[in-house]
Design a protein around this ligand. Structure first.
Ligand code: FES
Ligand SMILES: [Fe+2]
Length: 395
């Protein structure tokens, strides 16, 4: 066993959330959604990071992203989570034809008495957000100077996303998570919890995994002093690209009535997860359908959970909406099984914040440790951690 890197306050202290906002969510590429959610010109969806709302909008052939903040007085172009609309502010009708520069003002004389200046935009525009599409996935980046996507994700990761091809029917569902977003990001990197938190939900599709648990002898541990702990602390900071990973679990679900109707271009006997740093779990279930779970922070102790499900390209068109709704229901049950535990974990971490409490982690939790090590070294260390250590006088 090894002493964990993480500190309880990382999960509930607003100073850490602020650092994550600035150095993770407003700097790195984030998934926005699937391209097929935006089929017709005018289709849009929004997503928010720490209250900052971004519109992803199909305008003609182009996909654009911009902040949902009108430069007139803070009105919005998009009033809902998704729908179809023109790129026009819903407060006083300013138009932004390409989702960028101001291109029209109704009642212009009320805005500008001087006729010579009436048709001048004077640089007013929506703030564009960088956008890039890989396979069926839309990525966005809030930074003014985004890093190349290839600096964040390895060629292997990008290759798997491209291999997903295109999506067809999709549904998005949204709900609230009452705990820190990182608990979910860690949970999807934690293979062991599945056996204990979801034994029944996965028994039909992952018999191998449950057999492993049955055959594994429970180890009787000896009581020993704390010095048995070894620390992950000396390890070097992992590379950003190492924080996203692929996991491949064997599943065997037999035949489904729609198998011949969709292009199953992903592995057919795999629950293949493409875990994307910082906040996304993208997956293919036997190539039959794809899922995207996004953990969008709203504060230090809560986040917005978005679950999007999409069918792969259809070989013959059929109405998949009822199918996707029923899959979403069963996925929600699994998510709720996690939430019961994670809410309790959040409560424990909040109660321990600021105390010197040592958690322990195992070798199988390497991906979590890399995640935490990266956050400790690159996002927190030179900022909150050092001021905390200095003020407490600790060595
Ligand atoms: S706030 Fe957008 S047009 Fe007034
Ligand atoms: Fe889980």
């Amino acid at each position: 066993m090894k002493e964990a890197v993480f500190q309880p306050q990382w999960y509930c202290d607003a100073r850490y959330a602020e650092l994550e906002r600035e150095h993770v969510f407003e700097k790195l590429w984030l998934t926005a959604g699937f391209t097929s959610t935006l089929k017709k010109s005018g289709d849009y969806f929004t997503l928010a990071v720490y209250g900052r709302e971004i519109v992803v909008h199909r305008l003609g052939e182009e996909l654009v992203a911009y902040l949902n903040v009108c430069p007139h007085r803070g009105g919005v172009v998009a009033t809902g989570k998704r729908g179809n609309t023109r790129p026009v502010c819903k407060y006083h009708g300013w138009a932004f034809r390409n989702g960028a520069a101001l291109t029209g003002i109704p009642m212009a004389s009320d805005f500008e008495a001087d006729e010579a200046w009436r048709d001048k935009s004077c640089g007013r525009a929506l703030r564009r957000v960088a956008i890039q599409v890989v396979g069926p996935v839309i990525f966005i980046n809030l930074s003014e100077n985004p890093l190349p996507l290839e600096a964040q994700f390895s060629e292997e990761i990008l290759g798997w996303i491209r291999r997903m091809g295109t999506t067809s029917t999709s549904i998005q569902t949204d709900f609230r998570g009452d705990y820190n977003w990182k608990l979910n990001a860690e949970n999807i990197r934690d293979a062991l919890h599945v056996l204990f938190v979801h034994p029944t939900s996965f028994s039909g599709v992952m018999p191998d995994a449950l057999n492993v648990l049955k055959q594994d002898r429970v180890l009787r541990v000896q009581e020993t002093p704390l010095r048995r702990y070894g620390s992950f602390g000396a390890e070097k900071t992992p590379d950003l690209r190492a924080l996203s990973l692929i996991t491949d679990s064997h599943i065997d679900e037999g035949q489904y009535w729609y198998d011949a109707l969709v292009d199953r271009c992903m592995p057919r006997e795999s629950f293949l997860q493409i875990v994307l740093f910082p906040n996304t779990n993208l997956y293919s279930v036997a190539g039959r359908y794809y899922g995207m779970q996004q953990y969008l922070p709203t504060g230090p102790s809560d986040f917005h959970y978005r679950l999007t499900l999409a069918m792969p390209r259809m070989l013959r068109a059929f109405d998949a909406s009822a199918l996707l709704i029923s899959i979403a229901r069963s996925e929600r049950c699994v998510i709720d099984e996690d939430s019961v535990i994670l809410k309790k974990v959040q409560g424990n971490l909040a109660a321990l914040a600021g105390q010197d409490f040592r958690f322990s982690q195992g070798d199988y939790e390497r991906p979590l440790m890399d995640f935490m090590r990266y956050m400790a070294d690159n996002i927190y260390s030179s900022r909150v951690e050092s001021s905390r250590v200095e003020s407490s006088g600790a060595p």
